[in-house]
Every structure is written in C-alpha cells, then in structure tokens.
Ligand binder design. Structure first.
Ligand code: SF4
Length: 203
C-alpha cells in the first residue's frame, strides 16, 4: 500500500501513470474511478471496458446505463457514490483480469477503501466478490449483505451480465434494494459477522 498517498486525487494520479503490470502497455487511459470523497457507497466492478478505456471513466457503456438505472431505483444519484474496479486498466479484448494483474493493482483499491471508509461496499461480479470472499461463487452470495473484517459488503451480479441474460435483470434490481436497506439502517453492529440480514429486518 502507498502510505504516502493521502487523498483520492493522489490515488488517481498514481493510477494514471502506473506501469506496474502489463495492462499498462495496451490501455488507452487508466480508469482510477470517480465519486465524492464522502461517498457512503463504494461500487467495485471488475475492469474497464472499451468505452471506459477511451474516456478514462468507470461504467460509461451500456452496463453503466443499467447501473444508473439501478441507482435511481433506490433513490441514489451517480454523483453521490464512488465507482471503481478491481483493476484500473482494460484487459485486451475484455478478457478476465489475471491474478498477477489483480495483485499488482490491489494497493490502489485498498487505499481507496481506506480513504473513503464507505458504509457499504457493493461488489459487481465474480472478481470483485473474490477480493472479499476468495474462491466463492456469486450465485451463493448475491443480494446478501455481510460483514467481512468489519466492513459491510454486498455482492451483486455484474450489471453487464444482465445485458447478456435478460432474466438476471430483475434479480439484480431486486438485490439492489439491499443497498437502500443498509443506508437506511440507523445502526449496524459490524462486529457481528453473520446476522446482518437479521439486523436489517429491524429497520
Ligand atoms: S491495472 Fe493497475 S497495476 Fe496494472 S498498470 Fe493499471 S493501474 Fe497499474
């Protein structure tokens, strides 16, 4: 982790010139992520795609349009959440990021989490889920917020999955309601790892 980086803009600057994995050789622009420094919700996707790589911004393609719709469904504006990815540079032909690339890029996401201290981290897709629950499958965990090392994490399918599988669209929309439940909760005991669903039902 970069202890000398003290704010999110510095993370962005470091990412934009980073050459610590081979994705730097094929990217057009690195995509550090964006959002306000006081965001309560941090979305973590997998990797930039074509449009993101061209614009240097996260979730600007069709998956981004669906993400905007999801945010609206729980009365959230895009400008009040922080959105980033597990790896900050586009893998060639949108292939999955490799373990070495995820490892090389980990320090940036860790720093973003440390600086933001979000109320909830929403993981989008398998690679993002596996940062918090290594080796786990999304089908088992989607839509269920849980406390992991003191942090509330809500695993969701990646919005892009709904573009290829229409039946997932309603699943993701339904799972997304959990974001609002967590935000509305007056208090969640993050020392209790197993019963967040039970706690949310109190509100
Ligand atoms: S993916 Fe991450 S580690 Fe690799 S070059 Fe981009 S910013 Fe650096």
């Amino acid at each position: 982790m970069y202890t000398s980086i003290n704010d999110l803009k510095q993370v962005g600057r470091a990412v934009s010139v980073c050459v610590e994995c081979s994705l730097s050789e094929t990217r057009n622009r690195a995509v550090p992520g964006e959002g306000p420094t006081n965001a309560q919700v941090l979305f973590v996707g997998e990797a930039p795609g074509y449009n993101e790589d061209m614009q240097g911004k996260p979730f600007v393609g069709r998956a981004g349009t669906f993400l905007n719709e999801l945010l609206k469904s729980v009365q959230l504006e895009r400008g009040e959440v922080f959105i980033t990815n597990i790896v900050k540079c586009r893998p060639p032909n949108n292939r999955d990021p490799e373990a070495t690339e995820i490892a090389a890029c980990k320090k940036y996401l860790d720093k973003q989490i440390e600086l933001l201290e979000p109320k909830i981290i929403v993981t989008l897709g398998k690679h993002s889920l596996n940062k918090f629950l290594p080796g786990q499958k999304i089908g088992l965990h989607h839509g269920k917020s849980q406390v992991i090392d003191g942090q509330i994490v809500l695993p969701l399918y990646h919005p892009a999955a709904a573009l290829h599988n229409g039946s997932l669209r309603n699943v993701i929309l339904n799972d997304f309601k959990e974001v609002r439940k967590v935000l509305n909760a007056k208090r969640i005991d993050t020392t209790r790892e197993k019963d967040i669903g039970e706690q949310l039902n109190l509100f």
